[in-house]
Design a protein around this ligand. Structure first.
Ligand code: FES
Length: 237
């Protein structure tokens, strides 16, 4: 394997030419935050949390997918990079149901929450429209599109690891979403309920169906997105 000389934050490195900037940075223990990236599972470079400055490049580059090249100089924690990561994170949070108190992944198990803590993002400056989509309550898996950050890890897990492929990323721009074909509920697809999508989701957009979800299923009208009766006093056996 051919190797190339690069510099990351002033540290000189000699790494294989098929490395990404992220892999090269790991060699010298430089931490670059990631969110959508999962080695060998999801390498699509869509969240832009891992952006870095590359000398001579016009724009910031996503370290998880940008290959190294001979003589490359990379800067991972400049003020411009830190500000861009914060803005990207705020944009993700601006269209995310942040009811962390009741989320199955809250407190130490949510990568989005951890990242917000690490980058000291406790306020979202963007108050635009939020997507309101119905829950998809399947046989044993619940999808909450209002918590989805469109990282596509679930799509990769379903398609490439489990070779089932019942969900994909559809539409563009603000209308982008993860969905089954023809907007079917997971319950109406050949989903095998393996639960791998839950394991790979970095947030609480997918979780195992519980007794509480079954109560919501009983009172939630997916066509009108309306709760059709007040939640009864629930006793979970
Ligand atoms: Fe690199 Fe998401 S982690 S773009």
């Amino acid at each position: 394997m051919n190797k190339v000389h690069i510099t990351i934050d002033g540290i000189k490195l000699y790494v294989p030419e098929n490395y990404t900037i992220l892999e090269a940075a790991k060699e010298v223990n430089i931490t670059i935050p990631t969110l959508c990236f999962l080695k060998d599972v999801n390498e699509v470079g869509c969240c832009r949390m891992c952006v870095v400055e590359v000398k001579g490049a016009r724009a910031l580059q996503a370290a998880c997918v940008h290959p190294v090249s001979e003589g490359m100089e990379v800067f991972t924690h400049t003020p411009k990079v830190m500000e861009a990561r914060k803005v990207n994170l705020e944009l993700i949070l601006s269209n995310h149901n942040s009811m962390c108190q009741t989320c199955t992944r809250s407190w130490m198990d949510c990568e989005l929450q951890s990242l917000a803590n690490k980058l000291s993002v406790d306020n979202v400056r963007f108050e635009g429209e939020q997507k309101k989509q119905p829950l998809d309550i399947g046989v044993s898996i619940v999808r909450d599109p209002n918590k989805c950050i469109l990282c596509r890890r679930c799509v990769s897990a379903c398609k490439n690891i489990q070779t089932v492929g019942v969900i994909d990323c559809v539409n563009r721009g603000f209308e982008t979403k993860i969905a089954a074909p023809f907007n079917l509920s997971l319950a109406d697809t050949p989903c095998v309920n393996c639960g791998q999508c839950i394991n790979y989701c970095p947030v609480g957009a997918l979780h195992e169906k519980s007794d509480i979800d079954q109560v919501w299923e009983a009172i939630y009208d997916p066509d009108t997105h309306v709760v059709v009766q007040t939640a009864p006093a629930v006793r979970v056996a």
